[in-house]
Each structure stands twice: as structure tokens, then as C-alpha cells.
Write a protein that binds this ligand. Structure first.
Ligand SMILES: [Zn+2]
Length: 298
């Protein structure tokens, strides 16, 4: 017979630091900033577009929250919403992971795209949701990005893609990797036709997505502090000529200094910045769909 206590965990010693007190705050009403540890009232945080009032940490947004924040109310019409991943390699536990992603997000993959209007300008908008299998790019994700870019080309309206991704989805193997070439080729066709393409890189935008359509924007905007990289830190260190890499070398701020990113924009200014970029690109080239212009069309 097992001695007493083998199967019973000892109660942990109580900690009395202020940090442990913030962790005990009831979930749902309050949350803790992962960057500075500040306890934040969830309602206040949502009012502040999910940015920490103390340190400006930008919490991740769902695709739905991002769309609501950017587009004119009621203007978003989804494209390719019916596409769903199959399991071509019969990869262990892939169907379960897809089901969990669907339950987490209410979406059937980690990228949603559609026609929309921003500040009166007709656009095609795509938004990633990191909660769906870490925003990984499988064939549906890549197909939706491509359809968004093709729709922008067909209508000759700007394409905007808000990116978040852990990279190509390993469960679909080579089919995921080929999305990098497919989406990049679609960006190339948009470029040759002179149709504006804007990307917004949010935390984190990495690996196969970073190394394809995400970093190919005519204008590349990033959120403050966003992690951006192709390979992980240790791999990058081994690949370079020196063993030491700068401390912040995989952040939006580093890429701004070195020209990969054009602008770092606080979330509260993102809509205004996109409006200005769209006006700069489109003024005199296409019609702005103001309420008056829309009324005249009816
Ligand atoms: Zn904070």
C-alpha cells in the first residue's frame, strides 16, 4: 500500500507579493497586462481598444473586433466564407485542432476576407485571427488571401491585409508552403496593375506569412511592439556571421529602423492612418463612396 500522501498534492505555500494578489483577481471582470503586470478592468480595456493604459501594450484582437474597428458599419461582405480545410495528409489530431479553432473563433479558418468600405473608400480587407491554430497558413488561409487580392485586382480597389500568424500550417505540409508562392504571385499581379496594397503587421507576424504576402505591401504598417520574424531567435543567431544579435531585432521597431516597416501606428490612430494612406493612393483615381454618392447611386 502506498504511504500516505503519495497521491495527494501538498497545498502550495501562499505567496504574499502584490503580483500574486493581482493573479487572484476574479477572471472576467479584470485581466492582467502580460507586459507590465497592471490589473486592468476588462470593460475599460475594451473601451481603450484593448491597449494597456499604463504601458501601451497592444493585446491581440479577434478578426471580428478588428473588422468592427476599421470598416464602416454594415459594409463588410465576406468572400470565400464557405471554404474549409480538409485533412490531406491524415495528420494526427488535425481534425480535432480544426474543430477547436472553429469553437474558439466561430470562423472556419484563421483568415477572413471580404469587400468593405473604409473612410468612404471601397477596399478589399483581410484579417487574421491568431486564436485559430496560431493563425497558421494552410490552404484555406492562403486561398482566401489570394481571392482577396484577385478581387482587389478585378475591381481595381486597394487591398488591405491585417496579418497575424505563427507561420505555415505543418498539418498540411507542402500544400501550406505553396501558399507562400501563390499569395506572393497574386501580390505581383496587383503590383503590375498599379493597385495599392497595404499590410498591417500585428503581434505576432512570423515565418511563412512574414516571408510572403505580409512583408510585400506597398505600405507596411506595424503595431507597436509586434513580434516579427522569419525564424526563431536561436536559428537566426546561428545563421548570422556573428553570434550576437541586437536585443530588439525581431520587433516592429527594429524593422522600422531597417526599412522593412514603413510606419508604426498606435491602434487608436490606425483607422485615421489607413484613411490618409487610402486618400493619398486613390484620390483622383477612383470614386469615393460617401453617403451622398451612395444615395445618388440608388
Ligand atoms: Zn501594461
Amino acid at each position: 500500500m502506498a504511504p500516505n500522501g503519495w497521491f495527494h498534492r501538498r497545498p502550495k505555500m501562499k505567496e504574499h507579493s502584490s503580483r500574486s494578489q493581482t493573479q487572484e483577481i476574479p477572471e472576467g471582470l479584470w485581466t492582467k497586462c502580460p507586459n507590465c503586470g497592471e490589473a486592468l478592468l476588462v470593460k475599460e480595456l475594451e473601451k481603450n481598444q484593448k491597449v494597456c493604459r499604463k504601458c501601451n501594450y497592444h493585446f491581440r484582437l479577434s478578426a471580428r473586433e478588428r473588422i468592427e474597428m476599421l470598416v464602416e458599419e454594415g459594409s463588410f461582405e465576406e468572400i470565400g466564407g464557405g471554404l474549409a480545410s480538409v485533412d490531406p495528409l491524415e495528420f494526427p489530431e488535425y481534425p480535432e485542432k480544426l474543430a477547436k479553432g472553429r469553437a474558439n473563433t466561430g470562423m472556419n479558418d484563421g483568415m477572413v476576407v471580404g469587400r468593405a468600405r473604409i473612410a468612404g473608400w471601397p477596399v478589399v480587407l483581410g484579417v487574421a485571427d491568431f486564436r485559430f491554430m496560431g493563425g497558421s497558413m494552410g490552404s484555406v488561409y492562403g486561398e482566401r488571401v489570394t481571392r482577396a487580392l484577385e478581387e482587389a485586382l478585378r475591381r481595381r480597389v486597394p487591398a488591405i491585409l491585417v496579418c497575424a500568424s505563427g507561420g505555415a500550417r505543418m498539418q498540411e505540409g507542402i500544400l501550406s508552403l505553396m501558399q507562400m508562392a501563390k499569395t506572393s504571385a497574386a501580390v505581383g499581379r496587383l503590383n503590375r496593375a498599379g493597385v495599392p496594397y497595404i499590410t498591417v503587421l500585428t503581434d505576432p507576424t512570423t515565418a511563412g506569412v512574414f516571408a510572403s504576402f505580409a512583408s510585400l505591401g506597398d505600405v507596411v504598417i506595424a503595431e507597436p511592439g509586434a513580434l516579427m520574424r522569419f525564424a526563431g531567435e536561436r536559428v537566426a543567431q546561428q545563421a548570422g556571421p556573428t553570434s550576437k544579435v541586437p536585443d530588439n531585432f525581431q520587433t516592429a521597431e527594429f524593422y522600422l529602423q531597417h526599412g522593412t516597416v514603413d510606419l508604426i501606428v498606435h491602434r487608436k490612430d490606425l483607422l485615421d492612418t489607413l484613411s490618409r494612406v487610402l486618400t493619398f493612393c486613390c484620390q483622383g483615381r477612383m470614386a469615393r463612396e460617401t453617403p451622398e454618392a451612395l444615395a445618388a447611386m440608388r
